[in-house]
Write a protein that binds this ligand. Structure first.
Ligand code: ATP
Length: 577
């Protein structure tokens, strides 16, 4: 019976997942189970019968024999951390031996270090939580406050330790935290009265494995007035932005439309129709014509009549920008692209014109070094800022203009043929003023009214001799020259009439020479004679153009052309004979 009991006890010790070692009162190992042997690193047979101090020098089991008291601690057996509990074995009031139980502590060790990490994270989170500027409150599923920031407590006029553990409605009667902890539905952006102040709050349910375990609430602004001040500041900034956007749009906007181009002569009407057609299409437009004929005016008007009219219109005067700056101006640059590059970089004209129209004025003056680069952009429809390697896609309409003879320039190697072909897709040629003498009167009246309005002057009229001179003069500088002459005359004229003496001296000289046949330029002399002959014939036939053409011995269409040239469309001109 006794031996059966011993065998059974041994089986139990063998099965236990802990090391057991028993010594007698002479420190000799009396029993050792396999787990203890494994921890010690010896076979059971090599342990039993040995002095415990020899097998595990630091076991302290011998001390239990001496003291007769139980204790526990951790010790290292080799590399292994072991948790041990030691007890004396007493018989008849005497210590006859001692037993030690070892538990492998390595798993416990890693558990402890994980616990340590968790503790550290918790401490950091707690300090973040405490330092939060905003009020934060956490409740459990019953609405009991488990956490609350000090700042929120100050706001609520309550001590933190008094708040924790109380129901949220006890601290804040209109609190809805317990409701969110019940329904699980977040409440965001609600305005709430807290201690007589409006505050913006948000409440979120807290979940663990799908179950609602509480709620967290945050006061976003301590006082809605703070929010209002911010909103006002934002409003102000938005207004400023709108103002600058409008300014920019104005700067980038077209200034003329087809209807603001003055002129009724067939040639200008034909040009307008062509421009209208160009506006409807997508092709690149090349505007040609002498200086001052109104190429820029037409560029604006084409953009205005196109579907892009509400998008930017950006003009680049290719002849006015120094060659070394042109690249940065056209393509833009990145910050630090070169010394002196603006902070944040700068967009180029092509980029600014995106979705709108770019007007390349004086394209004939584009330095040859830049021509290939511009051609590449027109072909690829993408731009790369100087100092960047990012390509930006472009959606631009191109209108180019020049008064120069591009074909001659190609011959002389001054203009790239490939760029010329790229530009010369839809050409609109603006006739010089001398070929539309009929418009001179209209333009003069328009410009006169415009300047007088700008200067706030009362209306003056052009003397008939001034009109006559204007119609006969060849205007090499075209409308711009006419414009300058009128502007000057307005400034010097006295009384209600603008007379020959008010005109620039070179025009007065021309008029002076008219009295002296020998000095009169032949072309002017001939033109005047021709004009007079036409008027005479018209008078004779009572305005019948077919008969007048017959008298003059020219074809009717030729007569129309000449009448147009000399501005003989209206009855007003009758008096000039
Ligand atoms: N048909 C017109 N109606 C009203 N104003 C005009 C007309 N044509 C030209 N102008 C005016 O004449 C001036 C010269 O026109 P614009 O600058 O468009 O000419 P341009 O051909 O582009 O000249 P350049 O080749 O020298 O650049 C402008 O002030 C413009 O307003």
């Amino acid at each position: 019976m006794k031996s059966t009991q011993i065998i059974k006890l041994d089986q139990v010790f063998q099965a236990i997942n802990a090391g057991i070692i028993v010594i007698d009162n002479h420190n000799v190992v009396y029993y050792c189970n396999p787990v203890a042997a494994k921890i010690i690193g010896l076979d059971v047979k090599d342990i039993i019968g040995k002095n415990v101090i020899d097998v595990i020098p630091n076991s302290k089991l011998n001390l239990v024999i001496q003291d007769g008291t139980a204790n526990s601690d951790q010790l290292f057996i080799g590399e292994r951390m072991v948790i041990t509990g030691r007890s004396p074995i007493n018989q008849d009031g005497e210590t006859v031996g001692a037993v030690a139980i070892f538990q492998d502590g390595s798993q416990l060790h890693s558990l402890l270090s994980r616990l340590d990490n968790t503790q550290n994270s918790l401490t950091s989170l707690e300090s973040i939580f405490e330092q939060a500027y905003d009020g934060v409150m956490v409740v459990d599923s019953k609405g009991i406050i488990t956490r609350i920031t000090k700042s929120y407590c100050r706001f609520l006029n309550i001590e933190q330790e008094d708040a924790i553990g109380r129901h949220c409605t006890e601290v804040l009667p209109n609190s809805r935290m317990h409701i969110v902890a019940q329904t699980g539905e977040a409440e965001v952006g609600e305005v709430m009265d807290i201690n007589g102040k409006e505050a913006m709050v948000m409440r979120f349910p807290l979940r663990e494995e799908g179950k609602i375990i509480g709620a967290v609430g945050k006061v976003m602004f301590r006082d809605v007035r703070e929010l209002r001040t911010l909103a006002e500041k934002l409003d102000l900034l938005e207004n400023k932005l709108k103002f600058y956007e409008k300014e920019l749009k104005h700067y980038q906007k077209y200034r003329y439309t087809l209807s603001s181009i003055v002129g009724q002569s067939p040639s200008i009407l034909r040009t307008k129709i062509l421009a209208e057609k160009a506006a409807q299409g997508k092709a690149t437009v090349l505007l040609r014509g002498e200086s001052g004929t109104g190429k820029e005016l037409f560029a604006h008007a084409i953009h205005a009549a196109s579907t892009r009219h509400d998008q930017p219109f950006v003009r680049v005067n290719c002849g006015a920008i120094p060659a070394e700056l042109l690249e940065a101006e056209l393509f833009g640059y990145e910050e630090g692209a070169f010394t002196g590059a603006k902070k944040g970089g700068k967009p180029g004209k092509f980029e600014l014109a995106n979705r709108g129209t770019i007007f390349l004025d004086e394209i004939g003056d584009l330095p040859i070094s830049m021509q290939a680069k511009v051609l590449r952009i027109l072909q690829e429809k993408e731009v790369e800022r100087v100092g960047s390697n990012r390509l930006q896609q472009l959606d631009i309409r191109v209108i180019a203009a020049t008064h120069r003879d591009l074909e001659k320039m190609i011959g002389e190697g001054e203009f790239r043929r490939d760029l010329y072909y790229r530009l010369n897709v839809f050409t609109v040629t603006i006739p010089p003023l001398r070929e539309r003498a009929g418009d001179v009167l209209l333009l003069s009246e328009y410009l006169l009214a415009k300047f007088q309005h700008e200067l706030g002057l009362s209306l003056r009229k052009l003397d008939r001799w001034v009109v006559e001179l204007f119609q006969l003069y060849a205007w090499p500088g075209n409308v711009r020259e006419l414009q300058n002459a009128i502007e000057r005359a307005i400034n010097v004229a006295e009384g209600g009439m603008i007379q020959l003496k008010d005109l620039p001296l070179y025009l007065q000289d021309l008029e002076g020479r008219r009295g002296n046949t020998s000095l009169q330029p032949l072309a002017l002399e001939l033109a005047e004679a021709e004009r007079k002959a036409i008027l005479k014939a018209l008078k004779k036939t009572g305005g019948n153009k077919t008969n007048a053409a017959e008298i003059l011995g020219i074809h009717r269409t030729n007569l129309y052309r000449k009448m147009e040239k000399y501005g003989l469309g209206g009855a007003d001109n009758e008096g000039l004979v």
